[in-house]
Design a protein around this ligand. Structure first.
Ligand SMILES: Nc1ncnc2c1ncn2[C@@H]1O[C@H](COP(=O)(O)OP(=O)(O)OP(=O)(O)O)[C@@H](O)[C@H]1O
Ligand SMILES: [Mg+2]
Length: 257
């Protein structure tokens, strides 16, 4: 695996990398450049938030890097695997084995208990969970005593924590969330974000999250900003205030140009 020096740490392993990634929808007059030569690394055990105005390409970037969508040019790798070199079946297997997803809607199965939902993807794949890892994930979600409950018996925040635990359970190389707290009130959102941050700090998970909310972005180690399909800025150690300041800068640039 490629290692590169990073400030404050001796080495950092690249969990995912996009190089000159472009995604163009449509043709001619109706052509939309959703991603315009984006190059970005996501380091292992780092929590990255992706921000930018509506339509700036955040979801497209996430979907292309996660192997959920094809791209027009450039390259993407997850760990040491180049996505462009994979056949459909191999790509499906890579998504299943190496990537975790958290969606805005929790997507839990209503007839299964919290615990059954957490282990479902591995049960489907016929894989045995690493019990020690699973125990630490379950301990961290703090739902002991409620693991036998069905989703309808849990609050929104608790349900989303189950969904995060499900993404973590197979110990994926990287977890992607597209506005994972978009449907939650601020308190439930804070629970889920705290849990995501702990999974990075305590378990060394790699997390990439799209968000519109500066408060949510402040939970991340790094915030990257997209505008018109391009990577325009990056901020380490964000606070809600510094994120908001950057967002204002882009807004005023947008108005004067
Ligand atoms: N299937 C598609 N066909 C054509 N254009 C598309 C398609 N999907 C996305 N786009 C366009 O690509 C651009 C980027 O879209 P994307 O969904 O990545 O934005 P986003 O930053 O996630 O926005 P939001 O914050 O509203 O979710 C937009 O201009 C969008 O209209
Ligand atoms: Mg989006």
């Amino acid at each position: 695996m490629t290692t590169t020096p990073v400030a404050g740490r001796t080495t950092a392993t690249v969990a995912a990398r996009a190089t000159d990634l472009s995604k163009i929808y449509g043709q001619g007059e109706t052509q939309v450049v959703a991603l315009d030569r984006v190059s970005i690394d996501f380091h292992q055990a780092e929590f990255t938030a992706i921000m930018g105005p509506s339509g700036s390409g955040k979801s497209t970037l996430m979907h292309c890097v996660a192997g959920l969508d094809s791209f027009s040019s450039g390259s993407v790798r997850i760990g040491d695997t180049e996505l462009g070199s994979l056949k459909d079946k191999q790509l499906t297997r890579l998504r299943r084995d190496k990537i975790g997803f958290i969606f805005q809607a929790f997507n839990l199965l209503p007839t299964l208990t919290a615990l059954e939902n957490i282990t479902l993807p591995m049960d489907i794949a016929g894989r045995k969970p690493d019990q020690q890892w699973l125990d630490s994930v379950i301990e961290m979600i703090g739902l002991s005593g409620r693991l036998g409950h069905r989703p309808s018996e849990l609050s929104g925040g608790q349900q989303q924590r189950v969904a995060v635990a499900r993404a973590l359970a197979s110990r994926p190389e990287i977890i992607f969330g597209d506005e994972p707290t978009g449907n939650l009130d601020s308190r439930s959102g804070a629970e889920v974000l705290g849990f995501l941050r702990n999974s990075v700090r305590e378990l060394g998970q790699t997390v990439v999250m799209v968000t519109h909310d500066p408060v949510a972005a402040a939970y991340a180690d790094r915030v990257v900003f997209l505008a018109d399909g391009r990577l325009v800025d990056e901020l380490y150690g964000p606070t809600a205030d510094t994120v908001l300041d950057r967002m204002k800068q882009f807004d005023s640039k947008g108005r004067t140009s």
